[in-house]
Ligand binder design. Structure first.
Ligand code: GTR
Length: 340
């Protein structure tokens, strides 16, 4: 059994969910469930992994400020950056249980809770940024958001996250064979572990905040992420070779737990959805600037940026791509339609 399955078994989360649901029901029956009537006030916490000045966090804050203003203070959301409310995966559980109301998370982290979201981890499924956003803004992206309902989440909108790339502390990766003998950190629950294995490397699941020391102490040889995260975490200081292989484009998603959502009246639900959608444009603009800024920081710090033949990387995982294209045929056909 892989480390990630051992550490984060689904059954364990189900038991926690059942226990918590029972506890919530008891509270609700006792008349102290904490929900406000339609049109009433709510006070929510929004968990964010990134620091305050990161584009996702800035968009979360914009969303919260706008909602406070447009609801005359009735919808009061406080953003907690820097994983103050816990690591991303644990927060997902808390949002499901209702102990944290909202989060912004990466789609790869959702896969453990909603199987069909694994599809976002299929390597090279999107050609480029335009294709990615055509899909997300189209019918496919919209119905994918609705699938979050199955696990007790309400998906509000997507944020950009660019393309993910490998970076290493020792030997650079210029072709898939260079992954041999390298242990790469991957996000909990994602298809990335299988991808790294298929490319010939090995993988270790680790929380985001542990990656810096993992690289520094040599527990892992490398990791993978987009340029802004590579810079904001300081990973480039301890792993100064980055390979622009662009293996995945995995969206960020802004979501609310179902219990919190049901505290809102219909008008407020509409308002929250609308402001969330508007915040996507804010985030995308900030994201574009952040990618440029990150690139400049890397160049100025003498990091080795390797442009590579991405087709070779894609080819090395073609078996895996075929397998998941078949498993997620509906997703893939919506993605194909978004190409035209
Ligand atoms: C980032 C993402 C974070 C987190 C991180 C990771 O791109 O924005 O939410 O998932 O990757 O690698 O853990």
């Amino acid at each position: 059994m892989s480390l990630r399955k051992t550490l984060f078994t689904r059954s364990r989360s189900r038991i926690v969910v059942l226990l918590a649901t029972a506890a919530m029901l008891t509270l609700a029956m006792a008349g102290c469930g904490g929900s406000s009537a339609a049109g009433g006030s709510v006070s929510w916490r929004l968990a964010e992994t990134h620091p305050r000045d990161f584009p996702t966090t800035q968009a979360d804050i914009w969303f919260a400020d706008q909602l406070r203003e447009r609801s005359n203070g009735r919808i009061d959301i406080e953003v907690f950056p820097d994983a103050q409310l816990g690591e991303e995966r644990d927060v997902m559980e808390q949002v499901q249980l209702g102990s944290v109301e909202m989060t912004r998370t990466n789609a790869n982290l959702v896969t453990e809770f909603v199987d069909s979201w694994e599809a976002f981890g299929i390597p090279y499924v999107f050609d480029d940024e335009q294709h990615f956003w055509n899909y997300l803004n189209g019918p496919g992206g919209k119905s994918k958001l609705a699938e979050l309902d199955q696990a007790g989440y309400v998906g509000l909108t997507y944020y950009d996250s660019g393309a993910r790339n490998f970076y290493t502390a020792g030997e650079p990766i210029e072709k898939p064979a260079d992954l041999q003998g390298q242990n790469i950190r991957v996000q909990p629950g994602s298809l990335t572990a299988e991808m790294v294995d298929a490319m010939g490397g090995s993988s270790t699941t680790m929380n985001f905040s542990e990656v810096y020391s993992g690289l520094e102490t040599g527990v892992i040889e490398g990791a993978e992420n987009n340029l802004p995260s590579y810079v904001s975490t300081g990973h480039y200081e301890v792993a100064d070779d980055i390979t622009l292989d662009r293996h995945q484009r995995v969206p960020e998603v802004l979501m609310v737990g179902e219990q919190a959502w049901n505290q809102l009246g219909e008008q407020d639900k509409k308002l929250v959805r609308q402001v969330a959608e508007e915040s996507t444009e804010v985030q995308r603009e900030l994201w574009r600037k952040e990618v440029e800024k990150a690139r400049k920081t890397l160049e100025d710090s003498g990091v080795n940026i390797h442009e590579v033949d991405t087709a070779k990387f894609r080819e090395s995982v073609s078996g895996m791509i075929d397998k998941y294209d078949e498993k997620f045929a509906d997703f893939v056909s919506a993605v194909d339609e978004a190409r035209q």
